[in-house]
Design a protein around this ligand. Structure first.
Ligand code: GCU
Length: 445
């Protein structure tokens, strides 16, 4: 298969992989229901039509822009260190207030508001066993977080979470929590890379790892918004315009898993990393920004809606995110930036989401554009990390060591914001050893 076609399938095929475990007919009905909910949201917003997003197929006539000289179509980006009223942020106390302002803007316009008074979760131990991963003996726990559904008993919601801890550890260990993909039997997006898995690498450090399955408590499509944790809180109704989208709902689940880890004396719950790839990279960044108990973030190929500057005309665009295949990740209000508003009207941009993680360390990972394609917009993520730098510095931390976009495989590891484009495709894979090297300092001190 030619490389471009392969890349096309990797990206354009991915949203449908989200419900790949379903038959063609249920896929069609998921799509129809998503489109109906999307139209309802547009109606509530008073919008008839949206600008179509560009294509992820580089050979299509409407292919997404991949020409750097055409990417900078904006004149300015919002300044994380300037309040909405134009006053500058001059102190750490000011930043605390500006943070609240930014959360409010992200809540209202982009990711939606996490409801107050969410139902409680009680954890059930499904199984516990000793096992060997690589050559490390581990204790492996499988859990189910049962969400109290007394407000709306016709919906049941539960969180699938499992984690492994090295058996020979003395004292509580750091843990890497991944938003995990649940693959239908016999299906996997990319073959497992050669060499030790990320879990083996992490265990070798004496750290634990955990995997949370986001789609166990919130489906990855618009059709599922009246079920899962979002639907439960809305008692089976559709969303209001500033209601939370799935990225925040997925983050809520990770926070509940962290609550559980806080009760395990063998885990150092102040040293928990959140990691994810692609849509789960977006979710990992949102989780990291909103729940300051997560110590470190490893944000893999998150692209638009994650670490990529939305104002850049390169790769995936706001118009794609606002379409019926992806709008569910966000608050319905976000749709209006694909008509009548534009990305330039957004009161926030991705650099401010990264800034909300400060002073905690964040590693931004992406593959090589040659292999992974341009859809992700590696440079757009790098620029956002650069623009988040002043906030890290205000808090006494180190930003990226350069504002010049580095060649593939350059490891910018000197700061509390780290960046590396690896040589491979749509995976965190080759960046794991670099992440581990960089994160050691934070996780072991
Ligand atoms: C699509 C989508 C991206 C997303 C990716 C994935 O390519 O356009 O925004 O990150 O799927 O999650 O795999």
């Amino acid at each position: 298969m030619n490389r471009f076609i392969l890349i096309f399938f990797l990206y354009v095929g991915i949203p449908s992989l989200g419900f790949g475990q379903f038959s063609q007919s249920s896929r069609d009905s998921i799509q129809k229901l998503s489109q109906a909910d999307h139209r309802l949201m547009m109606k509530m917003l008073g919008i008839d039509q949206l600008r179509p997003g560009p294509s992820g197929d580089p050979t299509a006539p409407n292919a997404a822009n991949s020409d750097e000289s055409k990417a900078k179509t904006y004149e300015s980006v919002p300044d994380p260190l300037v309040f909405e009223n134009g006053k500058p942020v001059q102190s750490i106390q000011d930043w605390e207030k500006r943070r609240e302002e930014l959360f409010e803007l992200f809540d209202r316009e982009m990711y939606g508001r996490t409801p107050e008074n969410l139902p409680s979760v009680s954890w059930e131990l499904v199984s516990e066993k000793d096992s060997l991963i690589g050559d490390v003996e581990v204790n492996y726990l499988v859990l189910k977080g049962l969400v109290d559904n007394s407000v709306y008993p016709s919906l049941s919601v539960s969180i699938d979470f499992e984690y492994a801890l090295p058996k020979n550890s003395v004292g509580p260990v750091p843990l890497i929590m991944e938003f995990g993909w649940r693959w239908p039997p016999g299906m996997r997006r990319l073959p497992a890379p050669p060499g030790p898995s990320w879990q083996e690498q992490v265990l070798k450090e004496g750290w634990g790892f955990g995997i949370i399955i986001p789609t166990s408590y919130q489906a990855d499509n618009g059709a599922g918004l009246r079920a899962g944790i979002i639907g439960l809180v809305n008692e089976g109704n559709s969303r209001q315009l500033d209601d939370w989208g799935t990225l925040k709902a997925w983050g809520w689940g990770a926070s509940r898993a962290l609550d559980y880890l806080e009760t395990d004396p063998k885990v150092n719950s102040r040293k928990v990393v959140i990691e994810g790839l692609s849509r789960y990279g977006k979710a990992a960044l949102v989780t990291m920004a909103y729940d300051s108990r997560f110590a470190v973030g490893l944000i893999g190929s998150s692209g638009a809606g994650g670490a990529k500057l939305l104002r850049r005309t390169f790769g995936e665009q706001v118009e794609n995110l606002a379409s019926s295949g992806e709008y569910h990740w966000f608050a319905p209000n976000f749709i209006k930036y694909a008509d009548p508003l534009t990305p330039n009207d957004l009161p926030v941009d991705a650099h401010e989401l990264i800034a909300l993680c400060a002073p905690r360390p964040v590693f931004i990972s992406v593959g090589s554009p040659e292999v992974e394609g341009q859809w992700i917009d590696a440079k757009g993520m790098f620029e956002a990390a650069v623009l988040a730098g002043p906030v890290y510095e205000l808090l006494g931390k180190n930003s990226l060591p350069t504002d010049e976009f580095p060649p593939v495989q350059t490891f910018l590891k000197e700061g509390d914001l780290a960046f590396r484009q690896h040589e491979g495709g749509h995976t965190v894979g080759p960046n794991w050893p670099y992440f581990i090297e960089w994160a050691r300092e934070y996780l072991e001190k």
